[in-house]
Write a protein of this length. Structure first.
Length: 591
């Protein structure tokens, strides 16, 4: 009874440069002077929202001489014991190859991040009530997690693929959307430590084989909408036999019929309408596995990028009022530099060259290499994979989840990739279990720094979803990495690091601030990040931004574009702290 009370009441501790103009054409920012910055403690997110900046200073020391990123897998130490079971039966059912995902969020509002992990099981089970449950791990005190799945009433036994997390009803408590093979599930957070399944009444129980999903305000009405990636038409109960030389193998996606993605638009009353077709969010030969919702052309509106398996990727450019035009081929990010579609799985987002435009990194099948699309601005994207040294190192790998971030905060971004094949063809000399990879951008090329990044990068696994979060509240990104049939890893970031600044947001609409863009200026340094929906593969990240600043500890200037387009400027922001930024009310902006 004591544990039950603790779960419900939240008793844990509270606690390369470009010559073009990189500024988007926007109205002049509103400026907040130092006298408008209140350093009082952050209060309940449901309270009246003033223009407030609230700090939290981490205790991890800053190193003057940064090195490559370094991680340690501490899952066992902190109580996260979980293995995604893909149900491998020897039949090589196609659905066995793609799960699963992870999602970080503070579901009980105690200031400590918790972790949701979707589960697989037997994809062709006739007794789903007996299949294993998804798992929710609550961080009850710093670096200590316990499973609270049943206490929180999360009874989800479908064959899970991924996780997408956001506060869809804007009540101050994050909700969880799970993609499945078969009907998806939406669990509404009731604010008392428990959840309720509202999938059917909300109208989002997509019946197809879904992979990744992402939340974002696509029509600009202040409510979060939901983009759902659907893969192919495949029935695990009546599978098409596929194989190689008499041995069963995973079916090639080219042999399967494409199915359209869906996008559910939020009506603001707890229900959604499926409007992908009428909004222009569709393309030919849709076989989607990854998705990003972010402003790719710097016009102030969120766009949608979708990775497809063996068919061209999509880039849906927002035309305003929630209408989109597919422009991936026109803008150069749908196929490789050879003009060929690739088997795209995951996708990372970042501004690796610091030119003010967001770049894309896509993971692919073996012998294709992953692809880095450099965003050139108005002229579109360029495949620069070979130019920056990322072609050869990934040729023999099959990548899924991926993150672009400055893990050691030395002032440039790194790329993490989780690898693992979909079939065991070791008798043919091919890799099956694979090492994860991490690359550091040393300008003008990336360097494979996995051998220096820790013992985790020496292990061979079947890697899938990757979710980032600062779960230990020390100001740098940690990772949850899901593996098939071996334990999920929780990678604590132990990097010797530079100076930094972490930002979280409270908005007047879309409370967590998905879609918020921040430009940080520090001397000649000019960094841009956005709180993007989706990214990686089948996973959800902490709602926050972290800037790495290297050896420069000087105060910075922030320009914030809130999701509704309002602009704010804040001068003289000290580094090496976490801030909660509250969006000013419109009447305050006018004064």
């Amino acid at each position: 009874m004591g544990l039950l009370l603790c779960v419900f009441t939240g008793c844990g501790q509270n606690g390369s440069s470009s010559t073009q103009d990189t500024r988007p054409a926007e109205i002049k920012p509103v400026k907040a002077t130092n006298s408008q910055i209140d350093l009082s403690k952050d209060k309940d997110a449901s309270a009246e929202i003033p223009s407030v900046v609230s700090p939290r200073v981490a205790t991890k020391p800053v190193s003057r001489l940064t090195t490559f990123p370094h991680f340690e897998d501490i899952a066992e130490k902190i109580g996260v014991s979980f293995t995604y079971l893909n149900g491998a039966s020897g039949k090589s059912l196609m659905v066995e190859s793609t799960g699963g995902g992870a999602g970080w969020f503070d579901f009980d509002g105690d200031g400590l991040l918790d972790l949701y992990l979707c589960q697989g099981g037997n994809p062709a089970s006739e007794n789903r009530p007996y299949e294993p449950l998804d798992q929710l791990f609550r961080q009850i005190e710093p670096d200590r997690f316990v499973a609270v799945t049943e206490f929180a009433a999360v009874f989800e036994r479908s064959y899970g693929q991924g996780v997408a997390i956001a506060d869809f009803d804007d009540d101050g408590f994050d909700d969880v959307y799970i993609t499945n093979v078969g009907p998806n599930a939406l669990f509404k957070n009731q604010g008392d430590g428990t959840f309720i399944d509202v999938s059917s009444e909300a109208g989002v129980a997509n019946p197809l084989w879904s992979s990744s999903a992402a939340w974002g305000d696509l029509d600009g009405d202040g409510d979060l909408d939901l983009y759902v990636c659907n893969y192919v038409d495949y029935d695990p109960y009546h599978p098409i036999p596929c194989g190689n030389g008499g041995k069963p193998g995973t079916c090639h996606p080219e042999t399967m019929d494409a199915v359209p993605d869906e996008c559910y638009f939020n009506r603001g009353n707890g229900t959604f309408l499926p409007e992908a077709q009428s909004r222009g969010l569709f393309g030919p030969l849709n076989k989607a596995l990854g998705v990003v919702i972010a402003d790719m052309n710097n016009d102030g509106m969120p766009d949608v990028y979708v990775t497809n398996d063996t068919t061209p990727n999509f880039l849906f450019i927002n035309q305003g009022s929630g209408q989109f035009v597919e422009s991936g081929t026109q803008l150069g990010c749908s196929v490789s530099r050879d003009g060929l579609p690739q088997a795209s799985m995951g996708v990372a987002l970042g501004d690796f060259d610091q030119n003010g435009w967001l770049d894309l990194y896509c993971t692919h099948f073996t012998q294709e290499s992953n692809t880095l699309y450099k965003n050139l601005g108005p002229t579109g994207f360029q495949d620069v994979t070979g130019i920056v040294g990322l072609h050869a190192p990934t040729l023999k790998y099959l990548g899924f989840g991926t993150i672009m971030a400055d893990f050691n905060q030395d002032g440039h971004e790194d790329i993490f990739v989780s690898n693992g094949h979909i079939d065991d063809w070791r008798e043919s000399g091919k890799l099956w279990q694979m090492e994860p990879q991490i690359f550091s951008y040393e300008g003008p090329r990336f360097v494979d720094c996995g051998p220096m990044a820790g013992d985790f990068f020496k292990k061979t696994v079947i890697g899938r979803g990757v979710a980032r979060a600062d779960f230990d509240n020390d100001g740098d990104w940690d990772l949850a990495v899901v593996h098939q049939n071996t334990p999920t890893a929780i990678l604590r970031n132990d990097s010797s690091r530079g100076n930094w600044l972490k930002l979280r947001f409270v908005c007047t609409t879309n409370r967590r601030g998905w879609g918020t863009r921040v430009r940080l200026r520090q001397g000649d340094r000019n960094l841009v990040q956005e709180m993007a929906g989706g990214t990686s593969y089948a996973s959800a990240h902490e709602a926050a931004i972290i800037f790495g600043l290297g050896e420069n500890s000087a105060a910075v200037h922030l320009e914030i574009r809130w999701p509704d387009g309002e602009l704010q400027s804040i001068d003289d922001v000290k580094t090496n702290q976490e801030l909660v930024l509250r969006q000013p009310r419109k009447e305050d902006l006018r004064n």
